[in-house]
Write a protein that binds this ligand. Structure first.
Ligand code: PMP
Length: 395
């Protein structure tokens, strides 16, 4: 461990307090700093100037259902999906949101109606993204309520439900399908495809589901812009989602939408011209592959944790058989069933991850972000390689 390293200043001008051995490495959130070095190399290609008199209105286009969506943003989203081939966008509605976080809530609202006898059950297969239970129940809605693991609901649950399918799944990186079966029209689906991009996973087919949410945060790494979008089949559902956003934030930042459109356009132009020396998805996939290779070496060497194994699958985007490289390491402590991996990692190597219990499973599991900048990632591997056993470090 390099005790001499100094706190660095990251691209947001804030100090990164994470790079000396006595400081905690915060790898609990999935802040996508890993992509920052790519965008630094793009220099002025993505720079845009917005004058004081531009983008002042609430309204983008009153003739469309999602009237606060910038036409340039919508076009850029459709173009990006066509270039990548990860989602069907022809004859689909696009709804823009303040991150896909807002769109998740908009979708819950759109799929439920006032006046039902009971709140609709919301489920997702464990381990599920920890924000689903928190966001679902935060406002104690009478329309819907968190009902936990979808496998349990499949066995014992009754009544109307919404299943959230997160594919590839946060935290464990697996490609998923809905698990609740044979319920006629009682069930509705939300597909959260935040990580269905070629740097993380093979693109196995253009996804074509009723409601699919995507985010600028994980596709390009621009989490700070707070931009997400939904691709929606049904007009009424799209209208209700737009209404939710109108009621909660009266639209979505136009500055951010324009910036997102610009950046997506730069990515797509790269593929059109094929003269970009560094294409975005190829570059970022290489970075993720390199991180996974190094991570697996450390994990294999110290034999304390295991990682999921992912099958290679044919990727339509790259035309090759490729492995997934998820944005998180989902670590399972091998030795002891009862161990609290979060506590041990925090206590003995000062790495802050997120415990399995937040994802609906045992606390021997821990999720650690692999999306940090290079310096933090290197520190993480160095510290991880010093762990020899969980039990001797643990209590
Ligand atoms: N879904 C999943 C699976 C995520 O991991 C995240 C971000 N951690 C989100 C949704 C929300 O992303 P955002 O609000 O930044 O678009």
């Amino acid at each position: 461990i390099n005790r001499g390293s100094l706190p660095s200043v990251n691209g947001n001008g804030t100090r990164s307090p994470t790079c000396s051995s006595d400081r905690v490495l915060n790898l609990e959130q999935g802040d996508p700093s890993v992509f920052q070095s790519y965008w630094s190399k793009m220099e002025d290609k993505c720079t845009m100037v917005i004058s004081g008199s531009q983008l002042m209105s609430y309204i983008s286009d009153f003739t469309t259902l999602c009237w606060f969506m910038e036409p340039e943003f919508q076009e850029a989203v459709r173009r990006l999906h066509r270039v990548v081939g990860n989602a069907v966008v022809d004859d689909r509605y696009i709804v823009v949101g303040t991150g896909s976080t807002q769109l998740y809530q908009a979708a819950l609202y759109a799929l439920t109606s006032p006046g039902g006898p009971e709140p609709v059950s919301v489920v997702s297969a464990a381990p599920y993204y920890s924000a689903y239970p928190e966001e679902t129940d935060y406002l104690r809605s009478g329309l819907y309520k968190w009902a936990g693991d979808a496998y349990e609901f499949d066995k014992n649950g009754t009544g109307p439900y919404i299943e959230v399918v997160n594919s590839p799944n946060n935290p464990d990186g697996t490609l998923r399908e809905a698990v609740v079966t044979n319920r006629g029209d009682e069930g509705k689906l939300i597909h959260d495809l935040a990580y269905y991009w070629p740097q993380y996973t093979p693109i196995i087919r253009p996804a074509d589901h009723d409601i699919m949410t995507f985010t600028f945060s994980k596709s390009t790494g621009h989490a700070g812009s707070r931009i997400g979008w939904a691709v929606v089949k049904d007009k009424e559902v799209a209208r209700k989602m737009s209404k939710f956003i109108e009621m909660s934030t009266l639209g979505v930042s136009k500055d951010s939408q324009q910036r997102a459109a610009k950046i997506m356009g730069v990515i797509c132009d790269g593929y059109k011209n094929f003269k970009s020396d560094e294409l975005f998805f190829e570059h970022t996939r290489r970075v993720m592959a390199g991180r996974w290779e190094r991570l697996r070496q450390v994990i294999d060497r110290n034999q304390v944790f295991s990682l999921p194994k992912y099958p290679k699958q044919y990727c339509l985007f790259s035309g090759e058989l490729i492995e997934p490289y998820p944005g998180f390491a989902w670590l399972e402590a091998k030795e002891e069933e009862e161990i609290d991996s979060q506590k041990v990692l925090r206590g003995c190597i000062k790495v802050q991850g997120r415990t399995g219990s937040r994802f609906g499973v045992a606390q021997k599991y821990i999720r650690v972000s692999l999306l940090s900048n290079e310096e933090v990632f290197n520190q993480f591997l160095e510290r991880l390689s010093t762990i020899k056993s969980m039990s001797s470090n643990g209590h």
